[in-house]
Design a protein around this ligand. Structure first.
Ligand code: PBG
Ligand code: ZN
Length: 275
C-alpha cells in the first residue's frame, strides 16, 4: 500500500501527532505481533503491541480519540478471525477471546473498541465483559455490515493476514445481500453497539443509505485498502486526478449517509479541506 507503513511505537506517536495537528479527531490502530499462534494470544496479551501502542498515544495525545480494531486475524498463524478446528472457524469459542481482547484494549486506554471479526454475538459478549471490568463507558463501534470483499487484498498483504487455507465467507457477508446487512445491524444495536459500520464503502453506498434511514445510531463507513489502492494506482499512471477523486469519493460516502468515515486518505483529505 503506497504511503501506508507498519509503524513502530515511536513512529506511531509521530504519525498520531501529525494527524491530530491536521484536525483529524480519531485514529484506529491495527496490531502486528512479533509472533502469531493458533489462538492469537498476542491480541489479548497485557503487553501486546496494541496495548503498548494505545498507552503511548494516549500519554502524549490525551485529546486524540484512539479506536482499536478488535479481531484475531492479525494475530493468528492461520489468518482467520476466530478459533479454527478441523478447518472450520468456531463462532462461540471465539467470543471469549474477543471479549478478552477488547477488555485489554480498554485497560490500556482505548476510547472505543471496534470488533471487525463478524462472529455472531460478539457485541453482546464484549459489552458484558467491558461492563464487568468497569468499562461501561467505553463505546463499541461495530463492524456490523462487513462484506466478504475482494477490496481487502492490500490490507491483508500489509498485515500478513491472508488465510492460506479457506476464506472468510463463512463469517463475512455475501455481497449481493442487503437484507442481511439490515439484520446484522439490528442485532448489533440490540446487543449494545453504539456505532455501526459498513465496509467497504464505495461499492456499498446503498447499504450505508439504507442503514442510515432505518436506524438511529451513528453510521460509520470504511473506505478500505483496495479502494485506496485503486485510486493511488490510477493516479500514479496519471489516469485520474487523485485530489479530486479523493474528495469526490469521500463526498459520496457522506452523501450516502455516513456520519464517520475511516479512510487511508484522512491526512490528504484534511489538507485538501483546509486549502
Ligand atoms: C480483519 C480486518 C480486515 C480489514 C480490517 N480488519 C479485512 C479482512 O481481512 O477481512 C480490512 C481493511 C482494509 O482492507 O482496509 N478483521
Ligand atoms: Zn479479522
Amino acid at each position: 500500500m503506497p504511503n501506508a507503513y507498519q509503524l513502530s511505537i515511536d513512529y506511531l506517536v509521530k504519525e498520531a501527532q501529525e494527524a491530530s495537528r491536521l484536525g483529524i479527531p480519531a485514529v484506529i490502530l491495527f496490531g502486528l505481533p512479533k509472533k502469531k499462534d493458533a489462538r492469537g494470544s498476542e491480541a489479548y496479551a497485557p503487553t501486546g503491541i496494541i496495548q503498548q501502542a494505545v498507552k503511548a498515544v494516549k500519554d502524549r495525545l490525551p485529546e486524540l480519540v484512539v479506536i482499536t480494531d478488535v479481531c484475531l486475524c492479525e494475530y493468528t498463524s492461520h489468518g482467520h478471525c476466530g478459533v479454527v478446528k478441523e478447518g472450520r472457524v468456531l463462532n462461540d469459542p471465539t467470543l471469549e477471546l474477543l471479549a478478552r481482547e477488547a477488555v485489554s484494549h480498554a485497560k490500556a486506554g482505548a476510547d472505543l473498541v471496534a470488533p471487525s471479526d463478524m462472529m455472531d454475538g460478539r457485541v453482546k459478549a464484549i459489552r458484558a465483559a467491558l461492563d464487568q471490568e468497569g468499562f461501561e463507558m467505553t463505546p463499541i463501534l461495530s463492524y456490523a455490515a462487513k462484506y466478504a470483499s475482494a477490496f481487502y487484498g492490500p490490507f491483508r498483504e500489509a498485515a500478513g493476514s491472508s488465510p492460506p487455507i479457506g476464506d472468510r465467507k463463512s463469517y463475512q457477508m455475501d455481497p449481493p445481500n442487503v437484507r442481511e446487512a439490515l439484520r446484522e445491524v439490528a442485532l448489533d444495536i440490540e446487543e449494545g453497539a453504539d456505532i455501526v459500520m459498513v465496509k467497504p464503502a464505495l461499492s456499498y453506498l446503498d447499504v450505508i443509505h439504507r442503514i442510515r434511514n432505518a436506524f438511529n445510531v451513528p453510521v460509520a463507513a470504511y473506505q478500505v485498502s483496495g479502494e485506496y489502492a485503486m485510486i493511488k494506482a490510477a493516479a500514479r499512471l496519471k489516469w485520474l486526478d487523485e485530489d479530486r477523486v479523493v474528495i469526490e469519493t469521500l463526498t459520496s460516502i457522506k452523501r450516502a449517509g455516513a456520519d464517520l468515515i475511516l479512510t487511508y486518505f484522512a491526512k490528504d483529505a484534511a489538507r485538501l479541506l483546509q486549502s
